[in-house]
Ligand binder design. Structure first.
Ligand SMILES: NC(=O)c1ccc[n+]([C@@H]2O[C@H](COP(=O)([O-])OP(=O)(O)OC[C@H]3O[C@@H](n4cnc5c(N)ncnc54)[C@H](O)[C@@H]3O)[C@@H](O)[C@H]2O)c1
Length: 368
């Protein structure tokens, strides 16, 4: 088994410096957006609320999306240049300090590398990449980069989940024993075709379930050692036509300290039937991450945690943290290290599903 730092150490070139914040000429962070579709436009709306940030460029291969994003910036009182080629943008527009990348999953490795290589700070949507080798390449590039790399696991910045995690990590409920999650809802967005082909996104554990696996692995503080899993397509067979991604799966992970995670995810939940659950069971009680409430083992009744900014959106909080990280005040909570670990964990589970067998971390992570 590899310890949690070992994986990245082996990915990083020996002697590479830790991530250092790049110099910005002023306190204003000048940001470019690449990919302003479904997620990118939501990130943009939230970034426009972050103090000390100016969105100076927007890029999408679809010109009407770039134009809509530029209009959103103008409506907020700013001015962003429009691009359809992000490499040209990085080459020609010199006033960009940081990039927010929200293009489809299959582009992440190449685009992350291209953006890090030219020294920009990067907020990169998940997953890091679609193969373990590509994840390692992104991790290596992030470790060597001049800019800060923050992965788009914004739920770590969700006020309730973040507050719950601080409580867990403070030892408030004792040792973590088990995490239990469900994400039962409707199908993937039918108007975005790339989501339905697993070649584009590594299938739904890597593209979607990864958020919850990231939270649970963060709670436990180590990567899993073994994955048992089962999944498939039971309702949306060839819907939409050509679909290759699953519509349901169940996972069990074992961790080095004997902790376990179980996670159930499907897309055929009737509205309002079960929804989302993220629960961490500890020696002294259990906590609901979504609600930030916990129940001690020896008492009936939930105790609400006092959480700052409780109503604030997780994406806004993640982008605000990104701006602060770039200014050198904080190390990203969603570092390349944690992002790679969660992506590899999702790849490991997918392999266990496809091959119908127990899969170990060591065989997937290449003994790193
Ligand atoms: N963190 C989250 O909660 C969350 C939620 C949804 C999506 N995402 C992630 O965000 C990313 C985008 O997903 P989406 O739902 O917005 O998909 P989308 O298809 O709606 O948006 C992707 C955009 O990228 C553009 N694009 C594609 N190639 C490009 C290129 N070479 N240069 C510039 N633009 C390009 C597309 O035209 C499109 O507008 C994915 O990686 C997805 O996993 C994350």
């Amino acid at each position: 088994m590899t310890d949690r730092r070992g994986f990245l150490k082996s990915a990083a070139i020996a002697g590479a410096p830790a991530i250092l914040p790049a110099q910005t000429p002023s306190d204003t962070l000048r940001v470019a957006f690449v990919g302003v579709g479904n997620r990118g436009s939501f990130l943009l709306q939230n970034m426009l609320r972050v103090a000390g940030v100016r969105v100076v460029a927007v890029c999408d291969i679809l010109p009407d999306r770039a134009a809509a994003a530029a209009k959103a910036v103008a409506d907020a009182g700013g001015n962003a240049r429009q691009w359809t080629d992000f490499r040209k943008m990085l080459d020609q527009q010199k006033d960009i300090d940081a990039v927010v990348l929200a293009t489809p999953d299959f582009t992440h490795k190449d685009f992350d590398l291209a953006i890090l290589e030219v020294g920009k700070h990067l907020y990169a949507e998940k997953p890091l990449a679609l193969t373990v080798d590509d994840c390692k390449m992104v991790a290596r590039a992030a470790a060597e980069a001049k800019g800060v790399f923050q992965a788009g696991f914004q739920l770590r910045h969700d006020p309730r989940r973040n507050g719950s995690m601080k409580f867990i990590h403070s030892g408030g409920m004792g040792k973590v024993l088990m995490c239990h999650g469900i994400r039962h809802g409707g199908d993937l967005p039918r108007d975005i075709p790339w989501y339905f082909d697993k070649k584009n996104n590594g299938d739904i554990v890597v593209d979607q379930g990864i958020h919850i696996l990231d939270l649970f692995t963060w709670a436990i503080g180590a990567h899993p050692v073994r994955a048992l899993a089962s999944g498939g397509t039971n309702l949306f067979i060839d819907v939409p036509p050509g679909r290759t991604v699953m519509d349901n799966y169940n996972l069990i992970f074992e961790y080095p300290g004997g902790e376990r995670v179980n996670f159930s995810h499907h897309y055929f939940d009737p509205p309002g039937f079960s929804g989302i659950q993220e629960r961490v069971f500890c020696a002294g009680g259990a906590i609901d991450l979504v609600q930030a409430t916990w129940i001690p083992r020896d008492k009936r009744g939930a105790i609400k945690l006092d959480v700052p900014d409780e109503k604030e959106d997780s994406t806004y909080m993640a982008l605000k943290a990104f701006a602060e990280n770039v200014r050198g005040k904080k190390t990203p909570l969603n570092s390349a290290e944690s992002g790679v670990r969660s992506t590899v964990q999702a790849i490991m589970a997918t392999k266990a599903i496809y091959e119908k067998r127990i899969v170990t971390w060591d065989e997937v992570a290449g003994g790193a």
